[in-house]
Design a protein around this ligand. Structure first.
Ligand code: FE2
Length: 389
């Protein structure tokens, strides 16, 4: 951090944290309110939506439900949810689920408040300052969207992600309840955890980091690396689930202020082209990008290595850096996260547009080392795996 630089730190909305925190949700609404609950079928099947609607029924809070969110929500789904919101006369929005549900809730809030398209708002058109209140209830420990000023949706036609950024998108209240994570599948826990770890590492290395975001990012790294395996193997264990939820939230607070880097630039492009889950897309590139970034900030890698569980005593910054990368590689390997496209049965072909999109991606602007197009191409191809023919 440059002590001579002026920087700002945005505070989030209100956080309500702890086992049973969901019980507080009905206190946020009166009988005159009518929130739209934006969620997905997995949350419905896990019985989590019923918990919310039971609480609302007891408190006589009216609500409507949109449960058709899918991973990497297409713009068209947001439009459908926004029409439903208007038809039903809703007055606030609850994102209940993983990052896709919370981001969809934010994007719906934007669409019901202004007449611009999501592509326009993603290209810098100002967000209307009359958004309905947004509430976030995460059911995964990864996204950080519950405290961030960003919503990412998919433009399938343009084969790209649309990122909308505004402090107005920070949810008014985020309810973080580890009991809601108790049925998360192993793979989802592992991949969303990899996303959270990527947020912490990218925010920490970002050129826009500061002493406050650094503290949050290092705490997040410690919590995630020491709890992710326990959590993925046994999500019913409340302590590990709670620490993961807190770790991903801290990582979210950190990147909401410091920004992200090249991992997310590459991951968004791969997500748009190959529909690989966001967490897995980040996991694929995290180690390669860490190695790429070492020359830009070797001293930061020493403190990062320590937070990732490396005993750095007596290590040179070069050794500590390589052991930091090894620590992440080892964690992902123990979680059986695929390392290449061929391991996933995907034949990866690099479209030059993927390189262009990543080179110009606003999300990658915080990366501590500027990557040239040929270096971006090499990073994409580094996880191609075995190529047939
Ligand atoms: Fe992410």
């Amino acid at each position: 951090m440059d002590p001579g630089r002026v920087y700002q730190v945005w505070n989030p909305g209100r956080l309500i944290f702890g086992p049973g925190a969901l019980g507080e949700i009905s206190k946020e609404f009166t009988t005159r309110d009518k929130p739209l609950i934006v969620t997905d079928e997995g949350v419905v099947r896990a019985g989590i939506l019923d918990k919310v609607t039971d609480l609302f029924a007891r408190a006589e809070v009216r609500y409507d439900i949109f449960n058709r969110v899918v991973a990497d929500t297409p713009i068209e789904t947001v439009e459908e949810a926004a029409s439903f919101y208007r038809e039903r006369g809703c007055a606030s929005i609850i994102g209940l689920g993983g990052g896709s549900s919370i981001d969809t809730a934010k994007a719906v809030a934007v669409r019901v408040s202004g007449d611009g398209t999501l592509r326009e708002y993603g290209s810098g058109r100002p967000i209307p300052d009359c958004l309905p209140p947004i509430y976030a209830v995460p059911t995964t420990a990864g996204t950080g969207s519950e405290v961030s000023a960003v919503a990412v949706v998919s433009d399938h036609e343009g084969k790209m992600k649309v990122g909308i950024k505004s402090p107005l998108l920070v949810p008014k209240v985020a309810l973080l309840d580890p009991l809601l994570l108790s049925t998360i599948p192993f793979r989802t826990a592992a991949e969303t955890g990899a996303d959270a770890l990527s947020h912490a590492i990218e925010a920490y290395l970002s050129i826009n980091s500061n002493v406050i975001t650094d503290g949050m990012a290092l705490s997040a790294m410690r919590m995630i690396t020491s709890n992710l395996e326990k959590f993925a193997a046994n999500p019913e264990e409340t302590e590990a689930a709670g620490r993961m939820l807190l770790g991903s939230c801290l990582a979210g607070l950190s990147f909401a202020n410091a920004g992200l880097g090249l991992v997310h630039g590459l991951a968004h492009s791969v997500g748009a082209y190959y529909h690989v889950s966001h967490g897995l897309s980040c996991a694929l590139y995290l180690c390669a990008v860490m190695e790429f970034n070492v020359p830009a900030c070797p001293e930061k890698f020493v403190s990062m290595a320590e937070a990732l569980g490396v005993d750095v005593r007596g290590l040179s910054s070069e050794k500590a850096s390589s052991q930091a990368v090894d620590a992440v590689r080892g964690l992902f390997s123990r979680l059986a996260i695929p390392k290449t496209f061929s391991e996933m049965g995907i034949e990866f072909r690099l479209d030059p547009k993927m390189v262009d999109d990543t080179y110009t991606a606003p999300v990658a602007k915080g990366n501590p080392r500027q990557a040239q197009p040929e270096q971006i191409a090499a990073l994409f191809l580094s996880v191609q795996g075995t190529v047939s023919g």
